[in-house]
Ligand binder design. Structure first.
Ligand SMILES: [Zn+2]
Length: 197
């Protein structure tokens, strides 16, 4: 297994490519589709696009890549409205409104050879999720290294975030976290050093 990281866009958001035996899952295709494409090697097959939530700085290249790779796109149903309304996803002048067919998460997701656990962790947005694969946890803007996502945006909720952190607190401390912004960490380190736990 390999995780390739690209840092893209105005807010330096992380796009992750999760690669296993020639199959690729794109997590949060931020923007600059051609740069994401350039990280996918000859012979590799994109089997899906997964979104941690619906904010503009995580979804800018979804339509282009879904069309190019003819792959499904998944998000949590509660963030669907964000992807359809530039005011709610804060894309401003870019006016992002996804046209791709969108599928909604259940607790488990099978894509190619990948088996994901999808944890609904609202707070930053109502449809924020953490995506677990083997010993990795893609946390979007729910959990950052030593911090958490803001809750003052559209339909954010600090109460929901607190509850979501209680869910994360029960997870395996060995999980390596891959946040939507900035660097990786481990849950063990977060439980010890993140003041929000
Ligand atoms: Zn966000």
């Amino acid at each position: 297994m390999e995780v390739r990281t690209l840092v893209l866009g105005l807010f330096q958001t992380n796009t992750y490519l999760l690669v296993e035996d020639g199959e690729v899952v794109i997590i949060d295709p931020v923007s600059k589709s051609e740069r994401i494409q350039s990280k996918i090697l000859e012979g590799e097959r994109v089997v899906g696009i997964l979104l941690t939530h619906g904010h503009f700085d995580h979804i800018g290249a979804v339509d282009e890549l879904a069309e190019l790779y003819q792959c499904p796109v998944y998000l949590h149903y509660n963030d669907y409205e964000l992807t359809q309304d530039p005011q709610k996803n804060y894309s401003q002048t870019k006016k992002i409104k996804l046209k791709s067919k969108l599928s909604f998460y259940e607790d488990h997701l099978h894509l190619g050879q990948f088996n994901f656990f999808i944890h609904h962790t609202p707070g930053h947005t109502p449809g924020s999720v953490c995506i677990e694969y083997k010993d990795r946890l893609f946390t979007g803007d729910t959990l950052f290294k030593h911090s958490v996502g803001r809750t003052d945006l559209y339909k954010g909720s600090s109460q929901d975030l607190k509850q979501s952190l209680r869910i994360i607190a029960k997870m395996d401390p060995h999980l390596v976290i891959y946040p939507g912004h900035e660097e990786q960490s481990t849950l063990a380190d977060e439980f010890k050093n993140n003041p929000y736990f």
